[in-house]
Design a protein around this ligand. Structure first.
Ligand SMILES: [Zn+2]
Length: 288
């Protein structure tokens, strides 16, 4: 009886400690991160192109005489606000929604585009989407490999990257005249990536894609999935991040120094952080 009481007391203390640690981590990292994620910035890039950064993943709205393309539909209030803006710009023109991937910060707003075309990567199945993102946001079309769309004097290429990178079917969008790439979460600006499970995502897949994309397209402007817009240096910085984390995974003596390089990048411990990327590389090496 005495032992049971003692055990229960210690168990209580441990649970309290864990709750306190959890609450502290939430207050220090998650809450400010979530609040920052909710803010949006609108950039009227040119007459036909509007960028809406934040509020979930970054979005683009491209308007032509006959069609409006929306890249990623955000989450929460930002999704509703984006849909309102899109509908004002579109009037009676049809709307084509492109999802760079199925994660809720990029696709929850799909539910505001009932009756329009919604396209996402063709390596997902309908069942996968419903299970992981819900039926309300289900795309109407699946992109097998590539689609080129004439938009005014620009051509828009939608490209399914086919293999696991951030997810099993990431899509990037390239605007040829503007030499602008929307990278989804395959390309982030000064933010650590979320790499969920080695079946779904692949840290080496990112590295291969950073080599592939500049060969396919003349990229001069990048709209990353999260973070500010910029030039090709966004890919170079993100490539260096992955190379550094791979080095740290193979040589633990270099870990502290390499992780410290990215201390001012957006991150959430264990989930989206240099440490999490290092574990993803280690898990992949174990699997081999
Ligand atoms: Zn995202």
């Amino acid at each position: 009886m005495k032992i049971l009481k003692k055990t229960l007391k210690w168990l209580g203390i441990i649970i309290l400690l864990l709750v306190a640690i959890g609450a502290t981590l939430y207050m220090i990292y998650l809450r400010p991160f979530m609040q920052k994620m909710k803010q949006t910035t609108v950039i009227n890039y040119d007459k036909e192109l509007t960028l809406v950064l934040g509020g979930g993943g970054n979005s683009g709205i491209l308007v032509s005489d006959s069609l409006v393309i929306v890249i990623d539909t955000k989450m929460d209030e930002a999704a509703e606000q984006l849909a309102k803006t899109v509908k004002e710009l579109a009037g009676k023109k049809p709307i084509l929604v492109v999802n760079t991937h199925y994660h809720p910060d990029h696709s929850t707003g799909n539910s505001f585009y009932v009756g329009q075309t919604i396209i996402a990567g063709g390596n997902y199945t309908k069942e996968f989407w419903i299970k992981n993102a819900g039926e309300k946001t289900l795309p109407t079309e699946w992109l097998k490999d590539r689609m080129d769309i004439k938009m005014g004097d620009d051509t828009v290429t939608l490209l399914n990257l086919v293999k696991p990178i951030h997810t099993v079917s990431d899509v990037v969008v390239y605007l040829h005249k503007r030499k602008m790439l929307f990278g989804g979460d395959v390309i982030l600006n000064k933010q650590a990536p979320a790499i969920f499970g080695i079946a779904d995502s692949d840290p080496d897949g990112y590295l291969a894609t950073f080599d592939l994309l500049p060969k396919l397209f003349d990229i001069q402007k990048i709209v990353p999935g999260h973070g500010n817009i910029g030039g090709i240096e966004i890919i170079d910085n993100f490539r260096q991040y992955f190379l550094d984390m791979k080095t740290a995974a193979n040589d633990p003596s270099k870990e502290d120094e390499l992780v410290a390089k990215y201390k001012d990048w957006g991150q959430i411990p264990f989930l989206m952080s240099p440490g999490a990327t290092i574990s993803a590389f280690k898990k992949k090496a174990e699997k081999k």
